[in-house]
Ligand binder design. Structure first.
Ligand SMILES: *Cc1c(COP(=O)(O)O)cnc(C)c1O
Length: 387
């Protein structure tokens, strides 16, 4: 049998607190038990508070991909012109969906260590007034980059299009203001910065988005993928389209409680501090960040460019085997590895552990790194933050 890791510093599922794990193990309830109805409604309200939105909140009963696919199918039908912003593999994947669902695909694509500029989006939409939907990934997890939704959201609204935002790994980890930024559909999940269960999607849907979705004759209805079912059956009439994953909801509520007790702003600041420790350590080791600048480097994931001759998956396997720490790679993004600081691991010594195993792992594989200087730089930053 394979031993469990001592630390999971991979880009989700992240580690979860004991309180969340206890909640996940609570008594199974019938979904129309009044106790569960109360839990479901309050979890929905807490998810709204977590997003900081007045829009409708849907709790969909599957991992974030369910919400993303359901939302894309709801907004896109044969001939819908869609502008997809691509700065990494999740953005690219959305493009394949758009084509598959019959949409007319337009793309602005940059290198997977860069970010699409808001000005480019404005220019494209000016030239292509027919665009109805803009799809964008807020935190492109595999690349460790952030896109500037504070600017892109209002630009898209000005041009009269609807935004579909993959905010899986951004909510709770970086600044996220869906109402102020005029975002329409935002999808997040439990297992990233929230440190909660994997099997639930939180989806916020604006009034403008509902109008477009309800007018789409091919939007999923009476389907597991349907957003409309959750609106017409649950939000409007209080009956579930199908049995929710009851204990995932209980676990989600617990994770949301912990988040709201801490405060979303405090959580974002904590993720920023953890990222600063990781970045200091990476630079101290003598390595480079994968993103082209610190400004677009996300708080949830520090993506590190690996030296030539080192293969990301070999390094990952070595670190897991020798040090019991699970890191993630960027998969097809490039030769990089992640120090993830999301949820409970976005604090204190976790990023220092990441820097330590990354440095020693690279040294073991023959790369030129200064392990001591990396750890010292991370610890100096951590100590400075405590002053
Ligand atoms: C985690 C994540 C998802 C969910 O997808 P999985 O591949 O199933 O983990 C979607 N988008 C982003 C940006 C994510 O970080």
């Amino acid at each position: 049998m394979v031993n469990l890791p001592d630390f999971s510093l991979a880009a989700g599922p992240t580690m979860a607190s004991a309180r969340t794990m206890n909640a996940l193990g609570s008594q199974l309830l019938y979904h129309y038990d009044p106790a569960f109805l109360e839990i479901f409604r309050s979890t929905q309200e807490k998810a709204q508070a977590f997003f900081g939105t007045k829009s409708d909140m849907l709790l969909m009963q599957g991992e974030g991909i369910l919400g993303l696919e359901g939302a894309a199918r709801s907004l896109i039908t044969d001939g819908t012109p869609v502008l997809n912003l691509v700065q990494g593999v999740y953005g690219k994947g959305m493009g394949y969906w758009i084509t598959g669902f019959g949409g007319v695909l337009h793309e602005i694509e940059v290198q997977y260590n860069d970010a699409v500029s808001p000005a480019a989006v404005d220019a494209y939409l000016t030239e292509h007034p027919e665009i109805e939907v803009v799809t964008v990934v807020h935190s492109e997890t595999p690349s460790g980059t952030i896109s500037d939704l504070s600017k892109i959201g209002p630009i898209v609204k000005k041009h009269g299009a609807i935004t579909l935002v993959d905010s899986l790994s951004s909510v709770g980890g970086v600044d996220f203001k869906p109402d102020e930024w005029m975002l329409d559909v935002c999808i997040s999940g439990g297992q990233k910065c929230l440190g909660g269960p994997v099997g639930v999607t939180m989806a916020s849907v604006s009034a403008d988005a509902w109008e477009k979705i309800l007018a789409n004759p091919h939007a999923p209805r009476d389907s597991y993928l349907s957003l409309i079912d959750w609106k017409l059956k649950w939000l409007d009439k209080g009956s579930f389209p199908y049995t929710p994953s009851v204990n995932d909801i209980v676990g989600l509520e617990s994770a949301l409680d912990q988040m709201l007790e801490e405060g979303v702003e405090a959580s974002i600041a904590r993720h920023a501090r953890a990222a600063a420790v990781a970045r200091a350590g990476v630079l101290g080791l003598g390595l480079e960040l994968w993103p082209t600048s610190v400004e677009i480097s996300g708080h949830p994931v520090t993506a590190v460019r690996l030296p030539d001759g080192i293969v990301h998956t070999d390094l990952q396997a070595h670190i897991r085997e020798r040090f019991g720490v699970m890191l993630s790679t960027g998969q097809s993004t490039g030769n990089l590895i992640h120090l993830t600081h999301m949820g409970p691991t976005a604090r204190g010594m976790y990023p220092v552990i990441g820097v330590s195993v990354l440095g020693q792992g690279l040294a073991d594989l023959g790369a030129q790194v200064d392990v001591g200087a990396g750890v010292a730089a991370a610890m100096t930053e951590l100590s400075r933050q405590g002053e």
